[in-house]
Design a protein around this ligand. Structure first.
Ligand code: SMO
Length: 707
């Protein structure tokens, strides 16, 4: 734990990489120059499920510039991608690089064309003649499941004064990083250098070696500047494996950059979870027991983190509430849509939405105020650390104080008075006021990360991290940590990451682990260097650290949102947002705020407008940014951000991850606010996105019911 008075940890120097990126001087995969590369394009299945009998490639091969056409049989011998086994898999997943005989999802690559330029590759794809007979998808059975059962739920429900119940269906969301998927493979006799737009460059290297059956020492993987990822780039894609295979097979460099449309069709999507919950409540509003069933979709192949959302959406229940009696089940069910993976939040928003809807319903039936009933049921101010019914160790914090402080920061009693007066006045202007509260938990990453720190003879410091960055500002915050510990100027510290050759092997940037685990590795390495220096060792000195935290850091927070719904149009305006988050010790407050604000924007997208839509035939209707609504700057309300700091005792820095906070708290708070606004009309449930059409229809239906 950090115990000195620090000067750079806690300051907010600007992101070192921001200026070069803004000036266009950054290097993304698409900027990497390759020597005479082959360009790659894929023919994708136009149907969700089918039998592939033949693909005729003669016409494509006759086109100028086209070098090769490959089909599934050419790569059928390759290995499988490994899946993080957070839930037991009932059957081993399949990982076809190109479809072979069977098409398992819409947009699946069924053939590949390599050509001397990108246009020729695309022309080649259009000259392919596939014979695919569409077949109906087989009924899907769960491929993974887990159940947590503690206490006697039946007895608790029988003893309850009230039982409230809710179903939440989350739309599937497209992560939409600004830079779509991309890979550039430089072929040389001695080995391959691979620039990959990824969150996990070391994983790319080991997985490629396994799948291709080659020695990892032949591969150097570099994650250069990455234009956003949000979980969508935490795994390897069949297209990327093919690109590397093709470089080895043709002994030439290969490049592939997905189009936005290809990402909508075949990159991993998030959410899509359907959950159902029941909460047993006594006469005084105390929660007695929780039952929930979570059903999570996955695509026909599983990215590395495919099981994480299903696991998180259940094991994070019952959130911050002290409920010892639970019966929770999660099921993972495949379908023939795009693959599903982690997307910023990865099950945390789903757990939070279910729980926070139940809590609001409990407030309604008991007549208690939403903040009051939460304060009555969260773990007490001195209860942490505590182990939850699903086995999680909530490491530190003060949940009742967070509710109290958020309420004070938002002036919650005044907000309630204004809303209640508007309601009493009959909302004559046709505007319906609502307030939404959400209490969320954010478990951040566990496991190991690495750092190699060299304190050079000239006093400068070189940090190489096994972690990586996609615009989070990690280069800057790691320099802050090193400079703080070693008492040098931050500009004396150079930070490299995202290169399997110049950096020690690590995991990367997933699950809000970059500062809590990666930063702790840098911190520990620097503390050791400092101690050696104090004992008089001469520079240069070097420390190589493989740091493993003692457990996840559980960030948490309270979001309070006020909305107005226009009764005539169903349009929601968000008037006020107050966030209070516990990110533990904060290295760079401006970055933490940026994460909360950006996360809130993505959570607002889920709440208000985003949805991947397929029609009844399984065809994708939202294949471009003309059809899929992402929030724009003008959609963002101003967000009032407050902090409380309870350092995590489970990592060296005391940091709690905050990368997902906004995406977890925002949807639940907005959903509760809109339903609060609609409650006088008798509207009880709505699923996100809360589009004007959906709200207007719900208002009309409620009015017709009253006639
Ligand atoms: S959804 Mo994150 O990249 O673990």
């Amino acid at each position: 734990m950090l115990d000195r008075t620090s000067h750079l940890i806690g300051a907010s120097p600007g992101d070192r990489r921001a200026a070069p990126r803004l000036r266009g001087e950054a290097t993304f995969v698409g900027d990497v120059a390759l020597n005479n590369p082959l360009h790659l394009a894929f023919l994708r299945s136009p149907v969700p499920t089918g039998r592939l009998s033949e693909i005729r490639g003669e016409d494509a091969l006759a086109l100028p510039g086209v070098v090769a056409v490959h089909v599934g049989g050419d790569v059928a011998q390759l290995g499988q991608l490994s899946v993080n086994p957070v839930l037991p898999l009932l059957q081993p997943p399949d990982f076809p690089v190109l479809a072979n005989e069977t098409v398992a999802c819409l947009g699946q690559p069924v053939a590949a064309v390599l050509a001397d330029d990108g246009f020729a590759a695309q022309d080649g794809v259009e000259a392919l003649w596939p014979e695919i007979e569409e077949v109906l998808p087989a009924p899907s059975l769960p491929i993974a499941a887990k159940r947590w059962r503690t206490g006697d739920p039946l007895l608790a429900f029988a003893a309850a004064t009230h039982v409230v119940e809710v179903s939440v269906q989350h739309a599937r969301l497209a992560p939409c990083p600004m830079e779509p998927r991309a890979i550039a493979v430089d072929w040389a006799e001695e080995g391959l250098t691979i620039w990959h737009s990824t969150q996990t460059p070391h994983r790319t290297r080991t997985e490629l070696a396994d799948i291709l059956g080659i020695d990892a020492s032949l591969l150097r993987v570099i994650a250069p500047d990455v234009g956003g990822a949000f979980g969508m780039k935490a795994s390897l894609y069949p297209e990327e494996v093919f690109a590397v295979w093709a470089a080895l097979h043709h002994r030439r460099s290969v490049r592939w950059c997905a189009t936005r449309g290809e990402d909508f069709l075949s990159a991993t999507q998030g959410r899509g979870i359907a959950s159902h919950g029941r909460l047993a409540v006594d006469r005084d509003g105390n929660f007695l027991a929780l039952e929930a069933c979570v059903q999570a979709p996955v695509g026909p192949w599983l990215p590395s983190s495919a099981l994480i959302p299903a696991w998180n959406a259940a094991r994070i229940l019952p959130g911050g509430y002290d409920i010892r009696t639970v019966d929770l089940e999660t099921l993972v069910v495949p379908d023939a849509r795009a693959p599903v993976g982690i997307y910023r939040g990865a099950g945390r928003p789903e757990a939070t939405c279910l729980m926070e809807r139940l809590v609001d319903k409990a407030a309604q039936v008991t007549g208690l105020d939403p903040i009051t009933i939460r304060a009555r049921n969260v773990h007490g101010s001195a209860a942490l650390p505590t182990r939850t019914a699903t086995g999680n160790l909530l490491d530190s914090g003060n949940y009742p104080a967070a509710l109290r402080d958020a309420s004070a920061a938002a002036d919650y009693p005044r907000l309630c008075a204004i809303r209640d007066k508007a309601r009493a006045d009959g909302q004559a202007d046709g505007r319906l006021s609502g307030i939404g509260v959400a209490f969320y938990l954010e478990p951040s990453g566990e496991g190991f990360e690495t750092a190699r720190v060299i304190w050079n003879a000239d006093g400068s410091v070189a940090v190489a991290s096994g972690s990586s960055s996609q615009g989070h500002g990690r280069e800057t915050s790691y320099a802050q940590i090193a400079a703080d510990v070693l008492e040098v100027a931050a500009d004396q510290v150079d930070v490299v990451q995202g290169d399997t050759q110049s950096c020690p092997a690590g995991i990367g940037a997933v699950a809000s682990r970059g500062t809590s685990v990666g930063g702790s590795a840098v911190f520990v390495a620097c503390e050791r260097l400092r101690a050696r220096r104090m004992r008089g060792e001469a520079l240069p000195i070097i420390e190589d650290v493989r740091y493993e935290n003692e457990g996840q850091a559980w960030g948490y927070g309270v979001y309070i949102v006020t909305v107005e719904v226009d009764r005539d149009t169903g349009v929601v305006s968000i008037h006020g947002v107050t966030c209070l988050d516990d990110a533990g010790r904060v290295v760079n407050p401006a970055f933490v705020e940026g994460q909360i604000r950006g996360g809130f924007a993505q959570g607002l997208g889920e709440a208000m407008m985003e949805a991947v839509v397929y029609d009844d035939d399984g065809q994708l209707l939202t294949g471009s940014l003309m059809d899929y609504a992402l929030p724009r700057a003008a959609d963002m309300p101003s967000v009032d951000i407050h902090a409380t700091q309870h350092p995590s005792p489970l990592n060296a820095l005391g940091v709690k991850g905050v990368g997902e906070a906004g995406t977890i708290g925002a949807p639940a708070a907005i959903l509760n606010a809109v339903l609060d606004a609609l409650s006088p009309l008798g509207v009880r449930d709505l699923d996100m996105p809360l589009t004007p059409c959906k709200i207007w229809s719900a208002i009309r239906a409620a009015e017709e019911e009253k006639l």
